[in-house]
Design a protein around this ligand. Structure first.
Ligand code: FNR
Length: 184
């Protein structure tokens, strides 16, 4: 049985998201170390502080529980206009509330993303590292930019390019090593 529980957040709500495909491949590559579950963010309302007192959403509770219960969080995200997508920022904001009751503090996290562009997601990853770091998450160092090509991940969630598969396996192994050290 995999020793660690992993919550995966995909920063795209698009049905055909290439980042979701990459996330599925990563879940598969990491399955010896991580029992992965995808955290749903597409039904979160847009954050509004009024909702905290008037109508705290069930979807935000569900997201917070998914993160709190996990030993680690993997964020797989596109880049939108040189930063993180609004849907991802919205999810991070909900999980940081109410003030002092957020679930990011001390949480091991890793960041990765893919884009059809060569260094796509570089700015998004840098911004995300800053945001999660400010919330007290323990974000693994290094950056991983995956240039998306049609067919990179097949229907079964297998990475079809050997070199990329090895690279991504190394990423998941490194993350498992970090989570293990922090758990010890
Ligand atoms: C993009 N895209 C994009 N790509 C990139 O590498 N850097 C960027 O700044 C942007 N900006 C951007 C803004 C908006 C509003 C959209 C819709 C798209 C292209 C993006 O990488 C591409 O659409 C990916 O397919 C998005 O990932 P998902 O949703 O398929 O996972």
């Amino acid at each position: 049985m995999a020793p660690f529980k992993l919550a995966i957040i995909v920063g795209s709500n698009r049905k055909a998201s290439i980042n979701r495909k990459l996330a599925q491949a990563l879940a598969k590559l990491g399955e010896e170390s991580f029992a992965a579950r995808f955290a749903q963010i597409d039904d979160l309302p847009m954050y509004n502080q009024d909702l905290e007192v008037e109508a705290w959403p069930e979807s935000a509770t569900r997201l917070k529980e998914a993160i709190a219960e996990a030993d680690a969080v993997l964020v797989v995200t596109p880049e939108h206009n040189r930063s993180i997508p609004a849907v991802l920022k919205n999810a991070i904001d909900w999980a940081s509330r109410p003030s002092g009751k957020g679930v990011w503090g001390g949480k091991p996290a890793a960041i990765i993303g893919t884009s059809p562009g060569g260094v796509g997601t570089a700015c998004a990853q840098q911004h995300l590292r800053d945001i999660l770091g400010n919330q007290g998450a323990l974000v693994m160092g290094g950056q991983m930019f995956i240039t998306w090509k049609e067919g990179l991940v097949d229907e079964a969630g297998t990475v079809t390019v050997e070199a990329t598969r090895g690279f991504l396996q190394g990423f998941m192994d490194r993350f498992a090593g970090l989570v293990g050290k922090l758990a010890a």
